[in-house]
Ligand binder design. Structure first.
Ligand code: C2E
Ligand code: MG
Ligand code: MG
Length: 726
């Protein structure tokens, strides 16, 4: 069956199936998600709740409505580009319809024929069912715990009772009757192991027959041998006349494996000589068996042995319910190791597991037993603290965690330091529902990363807004190019030497449909992180070349410089791209300049210098931007094939009043001139700055004192007013 067959019966059938399965289905066509049939009601409700502007029913802005699947769609594109790919599943994520109703959704990307499909399935009922199973398992675990402690209590009472009986007349005569109907197994033997009394419960545990009864004789020996595997100290404890208790695996006379809980108490005669042992035992195989199942169901993380994500959610939900009942608060700390992906790639999976284990142990060490620690997967951990919620104490705890994790972790002959970013959210201030609390702790964690990592942040409206905006920016960037949302502005640089001569710097602006104009400071680093900067850089290059060509056509000769990100040197064939653009737009290479910042040289100085020389070979000129802000030393400038050096605004703004700043600017200009490098001063705002720079012999100035960045139209008007046509 095809997806859009034009045959109404088949369309109806497909729509019916999707509705029955509770699935919203979309086809991805030219960057848009078009619904295949009317989505279920929950989907529209959720979509309208999340999107803050009117939507066209033919096209859904899913990335904007559901930040969670934004990244998923990004990965999905790989599936959609190739045929014969397995469907890609996002795993469950949850969305709140309102305060009471939470949906558990899963996105699935697949390719059928030529159709790229995105399905969003409502898994709430399955999820609820699983949640109930986990809940029951936890309840069972609690019951088991209670049962175990009641067995322990009963064993102790029974043993004390038997000891009392013995002390009456220094014998166990007549004790048979007392233990006959006891459900706990009892064995009383002499210090050499020979049996004095035992009851029916012991026969039951060990499936003893009349013929094998004698083997009880060696039971004490058998027990201590079996228990020794788990409790090496048992012999020492018994020999020193102390009382011992524990759980271990044993085999009955039919060679069936069983778990017993055993208590052995030595009995001394009047001369304080070891005379007897009272042994009491219970078969706890059932408890152990269900504990194993529970462990599987509740799933402990197999590497770190910490509760996993599932247990974390259950625990958090439970504790929030409790806090709500009792009117108390709780704190959630959300941890994410910094640069773990890199560490993982460098170390390999085994060492990375070792590192995660080390982190888990450090967390256990620096937190109290009653604090809940979970390993949520990957490099994420969570801590729930119930009794402390004031910010000062939590700060101390977060600081302690941060410092402890950061300590050296040794891997044989080398050591490593990993830092953590921590987000903290407190119930009820930062969220009444587990979902919201986790989201806010996660935003705060993200904020800590933004602030430079290796630190903690509390949830705040600011962190939430800030990160939400960042996420929106990340999402928006992906479609900004295809939606034509970028523009270049042009800021002239005036020559102080030769009147009328000038250069122009192209500066990018992003006109976001919802957020208005966004300046490069707010999106370039994000574009660099995600790699989109390569496409943006190519667009800037082409647009600048187009502008040069169009100015040339109008009779104006212009030299335009464009900013090039270090990522373009690292991950794109910048040389071929520049060459192709110059050729395509028929631009004289001397009319184009590339601005690079010092950070470009951080990677591989020799390699970058080679690339720069190849670029120069094309005939373009090169400028070193923001000089003075990085690792710059005037010395290494000599090695670089640059024509222009741009002094960063931060130095210019201090002129001419800061002596230190003046000296720096003065020596930069003098040194550059010695190397035949021209100097541009950025960010000139006052006449005093201009005069000072003129006196130092600065070549070009750029700043609001002359022109702010201008649109293409404004630039042409400026040319018309200043420069007669050539
Ligand atoms: P930049 O290359 O150093 O550009 C100069 C910045 O200073 C521009 O900011 C400009 O608008 C601003 N500016 C110019 N004169 C003055 C002044 O008198 N006072 C003040 N306060 N500011 C002034 P903008 O356009 O926001 O760009 C910021 C940075 O973003 C640029 O610094 C550049 O590093 C980067 N950038 C801009 N466009 C692009 C681009 O197309 N690609 C790449 N990779 N980066 C770009
Ligand atoms: Mg620049
Ligand atoms: Mg600059």
């Amino acid at each position: 069956m095809t997806i859009n067959p034009g045959d109404n019966t088949e369309k109806e059938l497909l729509a019916g199936i999707l509705l029955q399965l509770d699935i919203a289905a979309f086809e991805y066509i030219e960057g848009k998600l078009i619904p295949i049939s009317t989505p279920p009601n929950w989907f529209d409700e959720l979509y309208l709740l999340n999107i803050d502007h009117q939507h066209k029913s033919s096209e859904y802005l899913l990335s904007e409505a559901f930040p969670f699947i934004e990244n998923f769609i990004y990965d999905a594109k790989n599936i959609w580009q190739c045929s014969n790919q397995q469907p890609l599943r996002s795993g469950l994520w949850s969305e709140c319809l309102d305060d009471l109703y939470e949906l558990n959704l899963e996105a699935i990307a697949m390719k059928i024929g030529n159709h790229s499909l995105l399905l969003i399935a409502n898994e709430t009922s399955h999820f609820e069912l699983r949640r109930k199973v986990y809940q029951n398992a936890r309840n069972l675990a609690l019951k088991n715990e209670r049962l175990e402690s009641s067995i322990q209590l009963h064993q102790r009472q029974l043993q004390q009772q038997l000891e009392k009986l013995y002390k009456k007349d220094n014998s166990f005569d007549g004790v048979d009757d007392d233990i006959e109907n006891e459900s706990t197994a009892v064995l009383i033997c002499r210090h050499d192991g020979s049996v004095e009394v035992f009851n029916k419960a012991l026969i039951d545990i060990y499936a003893m027959s009349e013929e094998t009864r004698l083997s009880e004789k060696s039971l004490l020996k058998k027990w201590s041998e079996e228990a020794e595997r788990q409790y090496p100290e048992i012999h020492r404890v018994l020999q020193s006349g102390q009382h011992w208790e524990g759980e271990f695996e044993t085999f009955d006379n039919n060679h069936r494996k069983k778990w017993v809980r055993l208590m052995i108490a030595p009995v001394f005669d009047q001369n304080n000589e070891l005379e007897h042992y009272i042994c009491v035992a219970n078969d706890i195989s059932n408890i152990k068996l269900s504990a194993k199942e529970i462990e599987l169901l509740t799933q402990i993380d197999p590497n770190t042995h910490l509760p996993n994500r599932r247990s974390f959610w259950n625990y958090l939900t439970e504790q929030i319910d409790k806090s709500q009942e009792t009117g108390t608060s709780l704190a959630l700390l959300y941890l994410d190791l910094d640069h773990f992906k890199q560490v993982n790639d460098d170390l390999g999976p085994e060492q990375a597991d070792f590192l995660l284990n080390a982190v888990a142990n450090r967390l256990k060490q620096c937190l109290k037993k009653q604090d809940f620690i979970a390993h949520l997967g990957g490099d994420e951990f969570a801590v729930v603290i119930k009794n402390i919620v004031d910010q000062q104490s939590l700060s101390k705890i977060a600081q302690r965690i941060r410092e402890n994790i950061y300590r050296d972790i040794s891997f044989g002959d080398f050591t490593l330091n990993v830092s953590t970013s921590i987000g903290i959210a407190i119930y009820p201030q930062h969220g009444l529902k587990p979902n919201l609390l986790v989201k806010n702790a996660d935003y705060a964690m993200y904020h800590a990363k933004e602030m430079g990592r290796n630190q903690f942040q509390f949830s705040s409206p600011y962190s939430k807004r800030h990160i939400k905006r960042k996420i929106h920016i990340e999402q928006g960037l992906k479609s900004a190019l295809s939606n034509n949302e970028f523009k270049l502005l042009y800021q002239p640089q005036i020559s102080l030497e030769k009147q009328g001569q000038h250069r122009i710097e192209a500066l990018i602006r992003w006109h976001h449909p919802n957020h208005g104009t966004i300046t490069p400071a707010d999106f370039i680093s994000i574009a660099e992180e995600s790699g989109i900067i390569i496409d943006i850089g190519r667009w800037v290059l082409e647009t600048a070349c187009k502008e040069i060509k169009s100015l040339n056509k109008k009779g104006y000769s212009a030299k335009i410089s464009i900013n090039v990100s270090p990522k373009q040197f690292k991950y794109s064939s910048i040389i071929d791209e520049v060459k192709a653009a110059l050729e395509y737009y028929k631009v004289d290479p001397s009319q184009l300049e590339l601005e690079v910042t010092e950070s470009v040289f951080l990677d591989d100085l020799e390699q970058v210098i080679k690339q720069l020389e190849l670029l120069k070979g094309l005939g373009v000129t090169l400028a070193l931007d923001d000089f003075g802000t990085g690792y710059s030393s005037l010395n290494y400038i000599k090695q670089l094939p640059i024509d222009i050096l741009k002094i960063d605004r931060s130095f210019i703004s201090e002129l001419p009043f800061n002596r230190h700043g003046c000296t720096i600017v003065e020596s930069i200009i003098a040194m550059s001139h010695q190397l035949s490098i021209e100097v541009v001063a950025e960010g000139i705002e006052t006449k005093e700055q201009l005069e000072y720079l003129r006196n130092l012999g600065c070549d070009f100035v750029q700043g609001y004192l002359f022109y702010a960045p201008l649109s293409s139209e404004e630039l042409i008007s400026l040319y018309q007013s200043l420069q007669p046509k050539q």
